[in-house]
Design a protein around this ligand. Structure first.
Ligand SMILES: Nc1ncnc2c1ncn2[C@@H]1O[C@H](COP(=O)(O)OP(=O)(O)OP(=O)(O)O)[C@@H](O)[C@H]1O
Ligand SMILES: [Mg+2]
Length: 303
């Protein structure tokens, strides 16, 4: 797990961030940034580079390797520190609070701002990057820095999709994005997987969720990872989140993804509440969504 760097960035000085962002720049060209290049990339004197490397290394914000040459790269903690620093400078956040969720591909924290906000650090590429690390040490530098790139792209994509969907579809309101990090409104409620629904609520809630899937489709997107883990349920309604893998409705596999999303949702309700949702026809539902007719008929008339 990646450590929460929030409490440490207060001790960091501007020049520490110059060094970190210098390494970040260098990682565009090679996975391990040569020490000799650091004064140029970070605009610090060689002496200051030495001093800053020690400070950042002690805090686990960078890693050193000496094989063919002395090289440095950011850790995810170092990348987190850069993104967090940017949000603080922009006045977007005041304080990072407790974790809201730790996924395979992200860490989500509660954040104090003018209202409750969630900070999601994307971690795509992280496990993969650890697994191939050993082999890569001696291979050509063709995929250098790929985890920064992969994680940043996921955050950019998620921000873009949320910005397109909000407020027509019930998704968290996107606030800001930097590097691999995304700020959005904190959702009310609980994950569908943990919600205790009365039997009589099963059909109306499934219907509400499918209506949002349908609205998203009308707005041009298929979520493509719908499940009981990516829906929040509250007394005010449902919210669908976790959108980085979403595809446009013009994607060649959009139909398959939509059908799989519907099957996942309906299947979950059928397992949990077999009496309430015995006969939902997933193909008919997907067809109605694609035809733009779902909104007027709902899940059970579509079946
Ligand atoms: N805006 C938010 N408000 C409150 N909690 C959130 C918010 N976004 C995410 N979370 C919490 O963090 C968890 C992980 O978020 P999300 O599903 O977006 O990331 P993920 O890494 O793709 O998760 P996984 O891979 O486990 O599905 C969620 O299950 C949820 O509990
Ligand atoms: Mg998720």
């Amino acid at each position: 797990m990646v450590r929460n760097v929030a409490s440490e960035i207060r001790d960091l000085e501007s020049e520490d961030f110059y060094l970190l962002s210098g390494i970040e720049q260098g990682m565009r060209y090679s996975e391990w940034v040569s020490r000799g290049k650091l004064p140029e990339f970070s605009r610090l004197t060689a002496e200051d580079v030495t001093y800053r490397i020690d400070r950042c290394e002690q805090r686990g914000l960078l890693e050193r390797r000496t094989i063919q040459y002395e090289g440095y790269r950011l850790t995810f903690e170092g990348y987190d520190a850069l993104a967090l620093h940017t949000f603080v400078e922009r006045g977007a956040i005041e304080e990072v609070g407790t974790p809201l969720g730790v996924g395979k591909e992200s860490d989500v924290y509660e954040v104090r701002s003018y209202k409750p906000v969630a900070l999601k650090y994307h971690r795509e590429g992280y496990t993969e990057f650890r697994a191939v690390d050993k082999e890569r040490e001696y291979t050509a530098d063709s995929e250098h820095g790929s985890w920064l790139y992969t994680a940043r792209q996921a955050a950019e994509r998620e921000y873009e999709v949320l910005a397109d969907l909000y407020p027509g579809v019930r998704v968290p309101r996107p606030i800001d994005q930097n590097r691999h990090a995304l700020l959005m409104d904190r959702m009310e409620g609980v994950e569908l997987s943990r919600a205790r629904l009365e039997p009589t609520q099963a059909r109306p809630i499934l219907d509400l969720i499918l209506r949002e899937v349908s609205e998203a489709y009308d707005a041009g997107y298929v979520h493509a990872d719908m499940s009981q883990y990516n829906v929040f349920v509250a007394s005010e309604g449902v919210t669908i989140f976790d959108w980085p893998q979403a595809v446009g409705t013009d994607h060649p596999n959009a139909e398959d993804f939509l059908e799989r999303d519907v099957v996942n949702l309906v299947g979950y309700f059928q397992r949990k509440h077999p009496q309430e949702v015995p006969d939902a026809d997933t193909q008919a539902i997907a067809r109605a969504i694609r035809a733009g007719e779902f909104g007027s008929i709902g899940a059970f008339e579509a079946s």
